[in-house]
Design a protein. Sequence first.
Length: 319
Amino acid sequence: MRIWLITAVLALSSIAPRLSWACGTLSLSSNSISLTWSESYTSQAETVTISRSTVGSCNFLITFTQGGGGGYTSRRVAFLSNTLGYQIYSASSLSASAILKDFPAATNNSNVVRGNFSGGAGGGTSKNANYWFEIPLAGATTPLIVKAGTYTDTYQAKLWKGTLVSHGTSPHDTDTISVTVVVPALLRISLVPTGAGFNSSDTTETLNFGTLTTGASQGFDVRTVTNAGYALSVSSGNNGVLKHANPSVTTTVPYNFKVGGVAFNLTTSASSPVAVANVPGQTGLNGDAKAFAVEIGNVDDKVAGAYSDTILVTATTTE
């Protein structure tokens, strides 16, 4: 008897998926940026969210367009014909090498936001990535403080699957980010010695004439810092005269009051303040200076004693 043995070999083979492309469909979402600017503002972290449709692993990166400024180093928000510069970065260091860009300008890993999903459900279906938004102080205050108003711009974030050198020709998703920056009207006033710079803690000046003599003159500067135009008005507690320290003495000493060499009549200013300046536009951080002066009038035949008056200076915005 013959026994025939027949054997068969079943060959099984499989092809492992390319891990760097195994996340399925990637999607991107982000938040609009809205803030109120002040001189203390520096920067803030912003978040984008990346989601995947399957639990495979993959690398991803996000690029950013120029926005309305027309250049990566000239990003700006705009209000009418006015602009305010801003910048976006991949790192909190806010260094020039970390400015975010789009292809083909993005040639370095620091020009993009990078991340990855690990394989399996433990890697999650979405994750957040950060970038940083900055408004440089010098650009907002030099040479003039940026004009008050609501400034806007938009730019796009583009999500790519892969790496800086291997990312395909089209992004997997794109999101438009709107930027709104409110610049409030600023107004500060400082009373300083003639020729001195703005000093936010100096809002009073004392003119001490010692022994009064006819024609004696002293002055000071009023410095105003604003980004919305300003007007100055003054009022004299004694309506333009110095009164004796003793209320029973009715003798008064007249004086001439001048702003920028121009004389103003203060005889009814206690109840009706007198406008002395109106300046449009913005100033720098050192303010716009107006020279105030007081010149003593005739002191002949006045009762001896101490005489004084108080002049109140008021600033208002005009734009």
